[in-house]
Design a protein around this ligand. Structure first.
Ligand SMILES: C[S@@+](CC[C@H](N)C(=O)[O-])C[C@H]1O[C@@H](n2cnc3c(N)ncnc32)[C@H](O)[C@@H]1O
Length: 406
């Protein structure tokens, strides 16, 4: 305790009671008119603040959150770039994950055909909807992958003798708890570092890990995949975990770029555990992405509410519908938004507009399906050698354990 974090002004509208504790941070109010103005991080202004007096206040930060205590999971040369966003959650100094991804959205919406990058799906509501999808009867992926992990966690951890587990696109990290249980049983301690662009996901992951395994060192990284995994110390024996068949969301140029950079960031002898959904009966695949309750449709179309908020756009949700189908040539599910009627799309403050024609589709997400043996072969060219292949009795889903070879 005792470090004053930063100094500037709280917006006048914020009112807080005299003193309160917020997620482990002690707030000490300094009354209006006090000369030392105090700054706070936007993300930790108490939203529910409804106390008595408008104040300026200072953060007295627990030692664990100060620069000197940046965890040793980070490579020495990267350590200074990371700062505590809130307890046990780190982000890159100066990086603004809330910065509006204007270029990504506009360049892909102007492409032919129009499409969007998948990470825009995961605002707070998108993350919650994805969690609901994981529990849907039609969405066999989560249940099947979870069962494989439950059955084989002991073997996976025995074959990957590491001190740290880094999970990419962790979401709520529910399935990863099987690995953490085994890691603690076999090694007695562990570091767990989930990486996600979704702060909601990281907070849920922290809550799950904290309640099940108080002894685990938890360091959530609020970052994009590459920013997160490139910061990990190569000398720390690490198992990188990438579940949920999230690699299926990568298009054919994202895929090699991702594995090139991931492999380069891994230390010799590090491991990768990769979940991949398999090519199978088309009806099973199509039902999984077109559930009877319409949750997947809501998840996909929610991206337009998110974009409207980010860019002050005017996409009309009631004038679009969800459409998805399996494309056998590309072996992928394609998830589209289709205009029911022409929409004149504009973004306030940006000199950009387009006509979204009736029946025109915007490709919002893809989910590629894999042949696991071919995937294993392909990953050899990224210096990731096959260690083991785990699957379920129906052979619907595969989890590959790979080892960085040089
Ligand atoms: C398909 S979900 C999978 C969640 C979880 N791993 C599971 O298996 O259920 C993808 C997750 O990756 C995160 N994500 C998407 N794009 C990302 C990116 N570029 N960098 C970091 N995280 C990303 C999302 O926020 C989301 O939590």
């Amino acid at each position: 305790m005792g470090t004053i974090h930063c100094i500037s002004v709280i917006p006048n509208a914020v009112k807080i009671p005299h003193s309160r504790r917020l997620r482990g941070i002690h707030l000490y109010p300094i009354f209006a008119g006090e000369p030392n103005w105090i700054q706070c991080e936007r993300s930790i202004i108490p939203e529910e603040a409804n106390g008595s007096i408008p104040v300026r206040f200072s953060f007295i930060v627990p030692q664990a959150m100060t620069q000197e205590n940046t965890p040793t999971i980070f490579a020495a040369e990267k350590r200074a770039h990371w700062r505590a966003l809130e307890p046990e959650i780190w982000s890159i100094q100066g990086a603004d994950l809330d910065a509006v991804p204007t270029q990504s959205i506009l360049t892909t919406l102007w492409d032919q055909p129009r499409w969007l990058e998948a990470y825009h799906l995961y605002d707070q509501r998108g993350s919650e909807l994805f969690e609901q999808i994981c529990g849907l009867p039609e969405y066999y992926l989560t249940r099947t992958e979870n069962a494989i992990l439950e059955t084989h966690a002991r073997d996976i951890i025995a074959r990957a003798p590491v001190r740290c587990i880094v999970e990419l696109g962790a979401g709520y990290s529910k399935k990863t708890l099987h690995l953490l249980t085994e890691q603690l049983r076999q090694r007695g301690s562990s570091i767990f570092a989930p990486i996600d662009v979704s702060a909601a996901g990281l907070r849920a992951s922290r809550a799950a890990v904290r309640s099940a395994f108080p002894e685990i060192q938890f360091h959530g990284l609020h970052a994009r995949y590459e920013e997160g995994f490139s910061a990990i110390d190569k000398n720390l024996p690490t198992l990188f975990v990438f579940l949920g068949s999230t690699i299926g969301n990568f298009n054919h140029s994202d895929f090699p770029r991702f594995f090139r950079t991931l492999s380069a960031a891994m230390g010799p002898g590090d491991f990768l555990l990769l979940g991949a959904d398999r090519v199978k009966d088309v009806k099973v695949l199509e039902d999984a992405y077109n559930d009877s309750r319409g949750v997947t449709a809501e998840f996909i179309l929610n991206v337009f509410d998110h974009i409207n908020r980010l860019l002050h756009g005017n996409f009309a949700r009631d004038n679009m519908r969800y459409d998805s189908r399996y494309n056998p040539e590309w072996q992928r599910i394609e998830m589209y938004a289709v205009a029911r009627a022409r929409q004149d799309i504009r973004f306030a403050d940006i000199d950009a507009a387009f006509q979204w024609q009736k029946d025109e589709k915007i490709l919002v997400e893809i989910s590629r399906k894999f042949d696991p043996l071919r995937l294993q072969e392909q990953l050899r060219f990224f210096d990731l050698g096959a260690v083991e292949h785990f699957t379920d009795p129906r052979e619907w889903f595969s989890i590959l354990l790979l080892k960085k070879e040089s």
